[in-house]
Design a protein around this ligand. Structure first.
Ligand SMILES: Nc1ncnc2c1ncn2[C@@H]1O[C@H](COP(=O)(O)OP(=O)(O)OP(=O)(O)O)[C@@H](O)[C@H]1O
Ligand SMILES: [Mg+2]
Ligand SMILES: [Zn+2]
Length: 507
């Protein structure tokens, strides 16, 4: 007796369909699994056998063979438990052979027969629909995620008994009601809570409007972390396509909360500076998304930048330029998207108070050693650099409420719409993505602005990369201004933000 159940495996960001074939024949009683399976998948046989036994179904003294095809794709994880159990039950005649036609089955089994949640259900659902399936059979906890892809009948089950009921009697399992997971933890962070810091707020707005990387330098407690955390609240809202992309990433990473719908908010990731290079870039034998991919379309915040190891910092160079990361394994190259806004924060010296010489207690040698942990090529990639000053008493107790996130987001969104219209023929969305060749076409400078830039180029000995960086940033500043041509005020503000690091790194 031979049966087959459709399932799927994750490979990088892709889902690959897998046929789980079960065969029962006379012969030496044994349970074998073949088809390029990892050790973890092999363990499925024990979980399936025990789970069935605990339901009162013992396997007959026959030879049971499970084959996962195609044979050239390595299968990882525990999502095959459920399709394997279904295949075995079918070959034993416990469920009708036709009951899982046009159905994709995924799920992990506990020893007592309950079905556990798995990662990657959202892209699996998309694949199922693409393959012409009508039904997706998944753990109950993943049903909402499967339902994000329309046009599929999603059946969420809690245990093997419900699988039997569904297949034999067509009885739909009753889903546990999903509470609407509204954020109850009070207020969302808002820019109106940040007092003073005019320059840093302005830099944050420009960064959010054009996706320009931002470096904040300043003494402890001046509000760097506070500002960084609020940047996603002023970025233009994600398009539907971007929401799907981000949801897919979080599904594959197994990070979609139970019952959570499509991700609508831009991600904010703030990995600790002690993270491993692998946690940042993504990795593992079967690579999974790292922090830079989890920050895709949102903010990657690196606090205490000089505390990070050189290797970890340098990993960022390629994705910052290419907006993706390629991870090579024996089994092939895996490409993960990594288009994020990088926001970094640091103290300018070990004690934190340089260049305020009345408070800084560091020796010049200590300061330069500290600063040299951040390499020049890395600094070159930070289009906006801003010094966040210690807050004065007047600032902290100012009566005036500062501009809210909603107001700032309005401005950033208007600038983003101008950019989207300008680049509708191109594959880019934001000014920061402009290639050298496109800059000439889209960034027209007024004569005086051009002269100002030429002068700055010589005087500040800019690199070609920062020269282009200034023009890109000035384009965003002009867009925030609603100006078609880039003028003197736009260029000079961009130069200011581009060269703020020069005064610090000079020593
Ligand atoms: N500009 C500000 N407006 C209002 N509150 C502020 C401001 N700056 C700092 N604070 C208060 O100080 C706390 C610490 O600020 P934050 O953590 O952002 O400082 P930081 O610059 O990141 O410091 P560190 O260098 O130590 O990381 C905030 O939680 C907030 O309560
Ligand atoms: Mg901080
Ligand atoms: Zn110091």
């Amino acid at each position: 007796m031979y049966c087959s159940v459709l399932s799927a495996t994750v490979s990088g960001m892709e889902m690959i369909p897998v046929q789980v074939e079960a065969d029962v024949s006379d012969g030496m009683p044994q349970f074998t699994m073949v088809g390029y399976v990892s050790a973890q998948v092999k363990e499925a046989q024990d979980r399936v056998r025990t789970a069935l036994k605990n339901m009162g179904i013992s396997l007959p003294p026959k030879r049971i063979t499970i084959n996962l095809s195609p044979a050239d794709v390595r299968k990882e994880g525990s999502r095959f438990d459920l399709p394997i159990a279904a295949g075995v039950l079918m070959t034993l005649g416990r469920i009708p052979p036709g009951s899982l036609r046009k159905t994709m089955v995924l799920g992990e089994l506990g020893l007592d027969g309950h079905v556990q949640e798995i990662s990657g259900v959202f892209p699996a659902a998309a694949k199922a629909r693409e393959l012409g399936c009508t039904t997706l059979l998944v753990p109950a906890g993943n049903a909402a995620e499967g339902g994000l892809v329309g046009g599929l009948h999603v059946v969420g089950i809690q245990n093997l008994q419900e699988l039997l009921n569904y297949c034999c009697e067509g009885k739909m399992p009753s889903l546990p009601s999903i509470e609407n997971q509204k954020k109850e933890d009070g207020k969302e962070p808002d820019f109106s809570e940040v007092q003073g810091q005019t320059a840093a707020r302005r830099a944050a707005l420009i960064a959010a409007a054009g996706f320009h990387n931002l470096l904040m330098l300043g003494p402890p407690g001046s509000g760097k972390s506070m500002i960084a955390r609020r940047i996603p609240t002023i970025m233009p809202p994600m398009s539907e396509e971007e929401q799907m992309e981000v949801t897919r990433i979080y599904s594959i990473a197994g990070m979609l909360a139970k019952g959570e719908g499509v991700r609508r908010e831009r991600p904010f990731r703030a990995p600790h500076h002690t993270m491993t290079p692998q946690a940042l870039a993504g990795g593992g034998k079967q690579p999974s998304p790292g922090e830079i991919t989890l920050a895709h379309r949102g903010v990657l915040f690196l606090d205490e930048l000089p505390e990070m190891t050189r290797t970890t910092i340098e990993i960022l160079r390629q994705p910052l330029e290419e907006h993706r990361i390629v991870i090579s394994r024996v089994s092939g190259n895996y490409v993960f998207p990594a288009s994020f806004l990088m926001v970094a924060a640091m103290n300018p010296c070990p004690c934190g108070f340089y260049p305020d010489l009345s408070r800084c207690t560091c020796a010049p040698g200590d300061i330069s050693r500290y600063l040299s942990r951040v390499s020049q090529p890395f600094l070159d990639r930070m289009d906006l650099c801003v010094q966040v000053e210690a807050l004065s008493y007047e600032d902290l107790h100012g009566e005036e409420r500062c501009e809210s996130s909603a107001k700032m987001r309005e401005k950033a969104t208007a600038a983003a719409e101008i950019q989207a219209a300008r680049y509708r023929q191109e594959s880019i969305h934001f000014n920061s993505e402009l290639k050298a060749g496109q800059i000439e076409k889209y960034c027209i400078l007024e004569k005086a602005a051009e002269e100002l830039l030429e002068d700055a180029f010589r005087r500040l000995r800019l690199s070609a990369r920062s020269y282009h960086g200034i023009i890109r940033t000035a384009r965003t500043i002009a867009d925030l201004d609603g100006a078609v041509k880039i003028g003197v005020p736009h260029i000079s503000e961009a130069i200011c933000f581009r060269s703020a690091d020069k005064s610090i790194w000079r020593i």
